[in-house]
Structures are given as structure tokens and as C-alpha cells.
Design a protein around this ligand. Structure first.
Ligand SMILES: [Zn+2]
Length: 654
């Protein structure tokens, strides 16, 4: 069945004067920003829709008693256990007893180091700035070695989001620290510890000393500063204090000889604190973080205290998410690909994947010839770009091979035990990768989470099943619209692997600058025209887009649009597309592109976006069509129309 997108034939707006409102006028008029939100757009709509789909799936699994050991049983029982607040309440803090005993048994540096090693969790995914525990680990290929997986270690263990929260002397931050300290005290009091105020003060002071050794955000964002290969012996020399033998042994990394240390100052700093801080503050610190870490599966009072700080104070949420929402998030976290299998079975069948695959093949073919014809890229650089494109892995919808959860035991009625076993399972799975070759098609995102992930290292990109649904992609729908919407979005992401973001990673995802200085100079000269074009967009009399800040996203939008259009033309194989709903294929292609960007937002949100976001407001992203000749033909846009740009002034870049 062909689904024709809601028509805008009646639009009073001329496409050449305001294409965004021509395409989205009726949607903008009838949509409202949900209460408590600052904006509403396709992405929000999709998240809402997918959340409901996932909720239904998981709740169905919980209501049906599936065969023991099946993924539906695991998903259903994980969720049901998490939801069983009565059962959780009845157990009190008893599930933490073993860990509390282990913490109480810490008496010296060796036992402290061993305990810290046991918390080195591999739940960190390469995108988290501050790991949940003192040091986070991520198993991935080396920055310069695409053949072997290595443990990447980075800073972590702070209860506040970042280093500046501890150091910034402003009144606001002083107040935040006081609130955090009060929260720590409340948690310890809940757990029955005497002198909770004194303990809280000591914990905050330990975290403050840790934070001072953390890399500042600017360093943490610079990947070249993260590439610090350390041998096992380096830890003893460069980071004295911790008993590293004991640490790595209990972390499951005994015998590992090579590491990448992302922030050496933090490893050195935290290690020194193991020596100097004294055992008591460390024990209290570990007790507090243990309770926080498992707050979701502890009695409601612990979860409520957690929310009172992290939800209300830090995130400004007035109301705790309903318990089901937390249970779904936890189930996704523990059994992401199991839920993903249930999700794709129902919502993203192999036929949908096959249809996206055809489009992706067209997109890469189109991008290949775009690269070959670039005027600003030197022949040597083009060769590298083409090799990188040929090697690029593109994951669509869901993985070809799913994680095998057969050794993970999920027991109804044991929320805490399920969480612990899932953590141990994921940790073992990750550590095992150290003995396996690099797998560039390992999925970093769950199919049921709407989104795209560019890995760079390895050289791979992933588009989840949940992002490949209407309004972006309709597996039963019109091709022209799919190419104009999802196609342009996918080509946008692909282009990032070749632009100023991706030009520091080669075809194998190794850190290496592969553009020459001349390439960069000529690219920037082209890009300057796009900066000027966006500088001229002013949504309010005192507010204009900052072209430079949004340049790399706008260049990717333009690349995405151009490449997707080429791909659409390729897909027709010389035929003329049918007319649907009175529109040619060319018209539907550009209309779908403009519809991608519809968004309602408050003035506050608009001002915030222009001040800090690297993406321009949707209206101006839609205006990328002004640089594309085919749009002028499709909508008969001529000199005199407000969006008209003279052919010689249209920006190409890609
Ligand atoms: Zn982008």
C-alpha cells in the first residue's frame, strides 16, 4: 500500500518564498508543545510512539508465561521483578548485605584496591564522560591498532555530573554542593548509618579531591589527548598508590599488558588518593555509591531519595517518572538486544531492512561519485576517502547476529539478583572481547531506541530500527519520500565520516589525519559561503543564527540532501517516477526533506538552541534546499522568490 503524505496543496504559502511553512504549515498550526516541554518535533513524536511500542512489548512478555530460558521469559521476568515494589520493599536493604560486608572488610590498600577493581564496570559505552565508578572501562579497538581490542580506561566515580560542579566557586555551585552533601547524608541515614552528616562531608571532600585530578572538559573532548597507551607496568610507576595487581586481578584484567588511559591525570590522582585518603572515608564513599547504583531495585524510599536529588535538583523534573518507565529503562539496559529481538519481530521485519539496504546501496554509490568529482579534495585524499567509504560498515535496523543471553539467568521475584547477574553477564561478555578480533559491526545502540550512531573507530555507522519508521521511513510507502527524509538523514551521518569530524580517522578507524592542509584550506573556503548564508537567518529582531557554530551540521545536511537526491535519481533507473497525490517524485522528495525539520519550540528554547547548539533551528535546516538546483526545477522557483539564490551563489561543498 502506498501511503501519500498529507498534502499541502492548499497551502497559502508559495514554496519559493517559504518552503518550510509551505511543507509544514498545517502541522505547525495543529500541533502543540506537550505540557512541561519546551519543544515538539518528529523526534519527540517518534520517541513517544516507540516508547509505547516497547512498553506494550515488555508488558506483554511479563503477562505471558513464556518458556523458561526464552528471551520473552527473561524480558518479562526482568520487568515484572522490577515492578514488584511490594517484594522489593519486603527485602529492605538485605540484598546489599554481601557487598556491605565486603566493604566493611576493607582494611588496607590491598583490600581497598581489590574492591575498587571489582567495581570496574564495562557498562560504560564510549559516550559517557564520567563513569559510574572509580574508573570506567570500554573494550574497543586501539586508537592506532584496528586489529586488537584494548581496555580503554577513563575517569569516573563522581556523584555530580562533572569536575566543575566540585570546583566552580560560584554561589550556584556552592549551593549545589550543599544539596548534594545533604543528599549523601540522607542516603546513608536511610541505610542506618550513624553520623551520616559527618560521613557525607567526608565523602564530598573525597570526591572533590578526585574531581581536581580529572581532565577538564576541553581535554576530555580532544581524542588526541585520550590516546595514551600505558603498559601494565606504567601503572605502578606513573600512578602510585593503588595496589594495581590486586585491582586488575579483581577487575578480571590480570595478565592484560596494554591499556589506553584516556585521562592520565585522573588515574594518577585517584590512585594517590587510595594511599592518602584513609580507609574510613573510602568505605563510606563505597557504601553511598553502592546504594545509589542499585537505588532502582531497593525499597521505594531509596529510589525517592535518589530522585529528589538527581531528578528534581539536577534535572529540574517535578515528578518522578512512573515506575513502569524506570522498569522499562532497566530492562532495556540489562537485556537490550533481547527486547530488540521482540521489537524488530513485530515492527521491523526483514523486508523493511532489505528495503533500507537498497537505499543505502544507492546512497553509497551516489556518495562515491560525489567524492570522485569534488573540486576541493586532492587526488591523494580522494583515494583515501574512497577507501574509507568502501570499508565503511553500515548497520541497518538490527544486528545480523544477536547477543546470546542463554547463560543469563533471570528469576521472577529477584530484581536485585537479576540486575547483578545482568551486570556480570555484560561484563564477562565485554572482557571476552579482549581475546577476540575486532568486530566492526558490533551494535552500539539498541534497535528499539530511535537514533543513529557514528563510531569512527571502528569505521562503522548504525541506524536503529526505531529511527527507520514513519515519518522518516515507511517500508510500505513512497520511495521519493523515503529518500528525501530517511535517505537525507542517513547520508548526513555518512558524510560526517568524511568531513571535519571524520577526517581524523582512517578507513580502519585508526587515529590519523588524512586530509592535507590544502584540502582543509579549500574546504574552509567553500564552507565560508555556507557560514554567510546561515549568519543571515534571524528568527527574532535581536537573534541571528551563528553560522560558524552550526557549520559542520549544515554542511552535513547539504551533503545529505545532495547525496540522497542523487541516490533517488539512481533508484529510478532512468524511469520517471509516478505522480502521487498530484505531486511528482521530485516534489515529494523535497517535501519529505522539509517535513523532517518541523518543530515547535518556545522562545526560550529557540534562544538556548541558537546560543549553544551545533544544529540550526529546523526551519533553516529545511532551507538547505536553496542550494540544490533540482529543488528550483521541482517547485519552479525563480528569481524574485524570497528563497531564490543565484546559481553561482549556491553552496555545494559535497
Ligand atoms: Zn550531524
Amino acid at each position: 500500500m502506498l501511503v501519500v503524505r498529507a498534502g499541502t496543496q492548499d497551502s497559502p504559502v508559495k514554496p519559493g518564498d517559504d518552503f518550510y511553512r509551505y511543507a509544514n504549515g498545517s502541522w505547525l498550526a495543529k500541533s502543540v508543545i506537550p505540557a512541561g516541554q519546551q519543544s515538539y518535533d518528529n523526534r519527540a513524536m517518534l520517541t513517544e510512539k516507540t516508547s509505547k511500542q516497547v512498553r506494550d512489548l515488555i508488558q506483554d512478555a511479563a503477562a505471558t508465561h513464556s518458556a523458561t530460558g526464552s528471551i520473552a521469559q527473561k524480558v518479562g521476568d526482568y520487568y515484572a521483578s522490577f515492578m514488584d515494589e511490594g517484594g522489593i520493599e519486603a527485602k529492605g536493604l538485605a540484598p546489599l548485605a554481601d557487598e556491605m560486608t565486603a566493604i566493611a572488610a576493607i582494611t588496607n590498600k590491598a583490600s581497598l584496591s581489590a574492591y575498587l577493581g571489582s567495581t570496574l564496570n564495562s557498562e560504560v559505552d564510549g559516550l559517557t564522560a564520567n563513569a559510574d565508578h572509580v574508573l570506567g572501562v570500554w573494550i574497543n579497538q586501539g586508537f592506532e591498532d584496528s586489529e586488537h581490542n584494548l581496555p580503554h580506561l577513563w575517569q569516573g566515580g563522581l556523584g555530580l555530573p562533572d569536575r566543575d560542579n566540585y570546583i566552580d566557586p560560584s554561589v550556584k555551585m556552592v549551593e549545589l554542593r550543599a544539596q548534594y552533601q545533604a543528599h549523601i547524608a540522607a542516603v546513608l541515614k536511610l541505610a542506618g548509618f550513624a553520623d551520616s552528616d559527618t560521613r557525607a562531608m567526608r565523602i564530598l571532600s573525597l570526591e572533590t579531591r578526585m574531581a581536581r585530578t580529572f581532565a577538564p572538559e576541553s581535554d576530555a573532548a580532544d581524542v588526541f589527548k585520550q590516546n595514551n597507551p600505558w603498559k601494565r607496568a606504567d601503572f605502578d610507576v606513573r600512578a602510585a598508590g593503588m595496589d594495581w595487581e590486586a585491582y586488575f586481578k579483581s577487575a578480571g584484567l590480570a595478565g592484560q599488558s596494554e591499556f589506553i588511559v584516556w585521562q592520565p591525570s585522573a588515574v594518577t590522582g585517584v590512585s594517590a588518593l587510595v594511599d592518602t585518603e584513609g580507609i574510613d572515608p573510602w568505605r563510606d564513599y563505597l557504601r553511598f555509591h553502592l546504594i545509589e547504583h542499585y537505588a532502582g531495585v531497593l525499597p521505594p524510599a531509596a529510589a525517592a531519595e535518589h530522585f529528589s536529588f538527581y531528578g528534581k535538583i539536577l534535572s529540574g523534573r517535578q515528578q518522578a517518572p512512573d515506575h513502569a518507565e524506570a522498569a522499562i529503562a532497566a530492562t532495556n539496559g540489562a537485556l537490550g538486544q533481547a527486547v530488540g529481538q521482540l521489537y524488530t519481530r513485530r515492527y521491523f521485519p526483514p523486508e523493511a531492512k532489505a528495503r533500507v539496504q537498497v537505499m543505502v546501496t544507492d546512497l553509497t554509490t551516489a556518495f562515491r561519485s560525489r567524492i570522485a568529482n569534488l573540486a576541493w579534495m586532492s587526488p591523494q585524499t580522494k583515494e583515501k576517502a574512497l577507501a574509507k567509504l568502501a570499508a565503511l560498515e553500515i548497520g541497518i535496523g538490527y544486528p545480523d547476529a544477536w547477543i546470546d543471553y542463554s547463560t543469563l539467568n533471570v528469576v521472577r521475584g529477584d530484581a536485585f539478583g537479576n540486575w547483578r547477574r545482568a551486570e556480570a553477564f555484560n561484563r564477562q561478555r565485554n572482557l571476552k572481547k579482549l581475546r577476540q578480533p575486532v568486530d566492526p559491526i558490533e551494535w552500539p545502540i539498541h534497535p528499539q531506541i530511535p537514533g543513529a550512531v557514528i563510531m569512527f573507530s571502528p569505521n562503522a555507522e548504525f541506524f536503529s530500527a526505531a529511527i527507520l519508521q514513519p515519518p522518516y521511513f515507511d517500508s510500505q510507502g513512497d520511495s521519493a519520500s523515503n529518500y528525501g527524509s530517511a535517505g537525507a538523514g542517513m547520508a548526513h551521518e555518512i558524510s560526517h565520516s568524511f568531513d571535519e569530524l571524520g577526517n581524523i580517522y582512517d578507513a580502519h578507524g585508526r587515529l590519523s589525519r588524512w586530509w592535507s592542509g590544502e584540502d582543509l584550506g579549500r574546504f574552509r573556503a567553500e564552507a565560508a559561503k555556507l557560514v554567510a548564508q546561515y549568519d543571515a537567518y534571524c528568527p527574532l529582531p535581536d537573534l541571528c543564527v551563528k553560522g560558524k557554530q552550526v557549520l559542520s551540521e549544515n554542511a552535513a545536511d547539504l551533503a545529505g540532501l545532495l547525496v540522497a537526491h542523487d541516490a533517488y535519481v539512481l533508484s529510478l533507473k532512468g524511469q520517471t517516477d509516478v505522480v502521487l497525490g498530484g505531486r511528482s517524485g521530485e516534489q515529494r522528495f523535497f517535501l519529505a526533506f522539509a517535513e523532517r525539520w518541523r518543530r515547535l519550540q518556545s522562545e526560550t528554547a529557540l534562544r538556548r538552541q541558537i546560543a549553544a547548539d551545533t544544529h540550526a533551528p529546523g526551519e533553516y535546516r529545511s532551507d538547505a534546499v536553496r542550494n540544490v538546483d533540482a529543488w528550483y526545477q521541482a517547485y519552479k522557483v525563480v528569481n524574485g522568490d524570497k528563497l531564490y539564490v543565484k546559481p553561482e551563489d549556491r553552496v555545494r561543498i559535497w
